[in-house]
Design a protein around this ligand. Structure first.
Ligand code: DAH
Length: 337
């Protein structure tokens, strides 16, 4: 058995070091160490070895297996090193590489981050909600009657099961208040969807940011102060703003905020940038009905809410005349931000 084992070791090592590629190394492994290989066959003879010889033959078996295993590993590593060296042959690694272009965040994302930072400083927390919504969250709870034009199938994407793609992020106000008692102070950025004809100022999917602050004693002055602070941070201290009375079903009174800014095509004009108002008590009552309690007591709590389009703000701030530029992923446009 000793001679057979020594012979196996010699044959195996010779075969392994002659192996020209990985497949040949693997073949050698199977031939010598595989389940039906020569080593396995030989080690079966162990049971016929006399008791005196057993320790010595056992050790030899071990030595041979270890030697063959080590040779296999060594040969594989050597072949790999050869392949690496061949791959680099003729390559001058001291030449400068081709620099990859540095990317950056999308301009809407940059604006959204900036807006979040400003509201953070005023104590607003981030809130979130689903893009696919129920009619209740999108309209009913927001005091929007069944015959309101926004609910029309011409304006809203409805799913076959009756749910819809939210037409505004005001749905997140409703989600927040149904799940937590006052006080709440949140902002909620997210996508909104409308069946608009896509043109230079409309997209079927756009980006909004919603805000809501409900507590005891929240006033219209708080609303004005908060939004003025926010918009001054964005547009600069000298920018002019005005609050123009408006109507939203979910706020009373309601306003639109305008900024005096350079309009596309030249000249300063008042441009509408946000909707806002004091939360209508009917919204609190809808929330209470859903919660089954009286947590949002309209006699005790007041609140303000606002919403604005991030795409529109980005257009005004950057002087971009066509909203579609933000979705076309043209590097020449995006690289400017
Ligand atoms: N949801 C309104 C829109 O999409 C924007 C808005 C107006 C949000 C007034 C509000 C609000 O929270 O109070 O046009």
């Amino acid at each position: 058995m000793d001679t057979q084992l020594e012979q196996l070791r010699a044959d195996a090592l010779a075969a392994i070091f002659a192996a020209a590629d990985e497949a040949a190394v693997e073949q050698a492994r199977i031939k010598y160490l595989g389940q039906s290989g020569e080593f396995t066959a030989l080690s079966k003879g162990m049971k016929d070895v006399s008791k005196d010889d057993k320790p010595r033959i056992g050790k030899l078996l071990n030595d041979v297996r270890n030697a063959v295993t080590a040779a296999l590993d060594e040969r594989k590593a050597a072949l790999l090193a050869d392949a690496d060296a061949a791959a680099f042959a003729g390559v001058d690694v001291t030449l400068p590489g081709t620099a990859s272009r540095l990317g950056s965040l999308h301009p809407i994302t940059q604006l959204q981050d900036r807006a979040i930072q400003i509201f953070r400083r005023m104590g607003f927390a981030l809130a979130d909600g689903p893009d696919i919504e129920t009619e209740w969250h999108c309209f009913d709870a927001l005091n929007t009657p069944a015959d309101h034009p926004a609910r029309n199938e011409q304006d809203t994407f409805y799913l076959p099961d009756g749910r819809l793609l939210r037409t505004h992020t005001s749905t997140i106000q409703i989600r927040e208040m149904t799940t937590q008692p006052p006080p709440v102070r949140i902002i909620a950025p997210g996508a909104a969807y409308r069946r608009d004809e896509v043109d230079a100022t409309h997209l079927a999917q756009f980006n909004q940011m919603e805000g809501l602050y409900v507590a005891e004693g929240v006033s219209l002055a708080d609303l004005k102060g908060t939004l003025e602070f926010f918009f001054r941070e964005l547009f600069g201290n000298d920018a002019q703003f005005r609050f123009r009375p408006h109507f939203f079903p979910f706020t009373e009174p309601s306003f639109e905020v305008d900024v005096k800014a350079a309009a596309f095509g030249g000249g300063e004009r008042w441009l509408e940038i946000a909707g806002c108002g004091m939360v209508d008590p009917a919204v609190f009552e809808a929330i209470n009905g859903q919660r089954g309690d009286h947590a949002y007591d309209p006699e005790k709590y007041t609140g303000f809410a606002f919403g604005f389009g991030l795409d529109r703000l980005a257009m005004i701030l950057s002087g971009t005349p066509d909203i579609r530029s933000f979705t076309q992923n043209d590097q020449r446009f995006l690289a400017q931000f």
